[in-house]
Design a protein around this ligand. Structure first.
Ligand SMILES: NC(=O)c1ccc[n+]([C@@H]2O[C@H](COP(=O)([O-])OP(=O)(O)OC[C@H]3O[C@@H](n4cnc5c(N)ncnc54)[C@H](O)[C@@H]3O)[C@@H](O)[C@H]2O)c1
Ligand SMILES: [Zn+2]
Ligand SMILES: [Zn+2]
Length: 345
């Protein structure tokens, strides 16, 4: 089968590989019908994911049809259309029982697919711990509608959940890339008083204005002024940082009102420092981390009910054989790309 693999630092390559087989009783083999490219794939390519293993098939955002299941897989069966979760988790360990599945202590726990084991930019993928890692897609939900459930949408949902958004809140989301927009969609479900999105790129600002006209959109230069004008207590009640630069990290705490919650979804390529003396008395609560992707069933229900629609994010589609071209467009942000669907015929 065709698979896109991590060949060496800076190089991914489309190669022929053996079709995966069931190795454990909780495995499932999924025929991938649609996958996508994520910013984290680029982080692997450029060496900023130390756990990534050379030679693995990349890709951790995908949907497909279950081809075969191991003896202990009860949640899904052959023929089911499913979303694949970016995280593998056992469901039984201390962290899983508390919903902190990102820190599952199983050897395949956390982000394994497309990082430590073969992922889904391929024709087939083996999913370990499939009872937890696969969710059935409702019949009325298309592959395109479900595509981001297991990764960026799970991230947005988790970010909105841990940020404890309330109806009186003014929420600031910094960064309107694919993950920022998914965070926006999930924050909107909490019906806060106001949502402000700060984004540097004009095309992306226009995207937010076009699809979510009730959202206040600002540029980084005017962000603090806008937030002060739009909030009642000298800053946003909740700030969610989904951009990932030094500047946005600093903006996140500066734009927060005293006693606010600041959620850091973004990953940085170097350590960030808080100027605690300057922040004295602001009494902020910081939340950080990798997504706990355990809400996929709820997310699929929300998609089915028409409450979340990520299809406008899919700006491009390519067949797997042309994935190299898709990466080039995604990486160089050509043609106003937001997300690319890789479609397997
Ligand atoms: N915590 C997790 O589990 C998790 C999961 C998924 C993604 N992420 C991280 O979330 C971040 C966003 O992911 P993405 O896929 O949307 O990436 P992206 O790079 O497409 O999005 C970042 C956005 O921030 C904008 N930006 C850059 N500088 C800015 C500034 N000064 N002010 C305002 N906006 C600015 C960019 O124009 C871009 O639109 C990345 O750091 C990614 O690694 C984390
Ligand atoms: Zn991802
Ligand atoms: Zn676990």
């Amino acid at each position: 089968m065709l698979a896109y693999s991590y060949k060496q630092h800076g190089v991914f390559e489309l190669t022929e590989k053996q079709k995966p087989e069931i190795l454990n009783s909780e495995d499932a083999i999924v025929r991938v019908t649609m996958s996508s490219i994520c910013t984290s794939d680029l982080h692997i390519k450029h060496g900023s994911v130390p756990k990534a293993v050379l030679g693995i098939t990349v890709g951790h955002e995908m949907v497909g049809i279950v081809e075969e299941v191991g003896a202990d897989v009860k949640n899904v069966k052959a023929g089911d259309r499913v979303t694949v979760n970016v995280e593998t988790f056992c469901g039984k360990c201390f962290f899983c029982k508390h919903g902190f599945v990102n820190n599952c202590t199983d050897k395949n726990g956390g982000w394994a697919l497309g990082c430590r084991i073969d992922g889904g930019q391929a024709e087939y993928v083996r999913v370990p711990l499939a009872n937890q890692g696969l969710n059935k897609i409702p019949d009325t939900v298309t592959d395109e509608e479900a595509l981001f459930t297991g990764d960026i949408l799970a991230t947005g949902f988790w970010a909105a959940r841990i940020s404890e958004i309330k109806e009186d809140d003014t929420v600031l989301i910094i960064g309107a890339g694919p993950t920022g927009i998914c965070t926006l969609l999930c924050a909107m479900l909490k019906i806060p008083k106001k949502i402000i999105v700060c984004e540097k790129d004009e095309t992306r600002r226009n995207f937010v204005k076009k699809y979510y006209p009730n959202v206040i959109v600002t540029e980084p230069e005017n962000c603090l002024e806008t937030v002060n004008k739009e909030s009642e207590h000298g800053g946003a009640d909740v700030v969610i940082e989904v951009a990932g630069t030094e500047e946005t990290f600093q903006l996140a705490w500066q734009a927060a009102r005293p006693n606010a919650t600041v959620t850091i979804v973004a990953l940085y390529d170097k350590p960030m420092t808080l100027p605690l003396p300057e922040m004295y008395g602001k009494n902020l609560t910081f939340k950080t981390g990798g997504v706990d992707g355990c809400d996929c069933e709820e997310i699929l229900t929300l998609i089915e009910q028409g409450k979340i629609d990520t299809t406008p994010l899919i700006t491009h589609k390519f067949p797997l054989k042309d994935i190299e071209k898709a990466y080039e467009i995604f990486e160089k942000r050509q043609e106003n790309v937001i997300k690319i669907a890789i479609v397997n015929s």
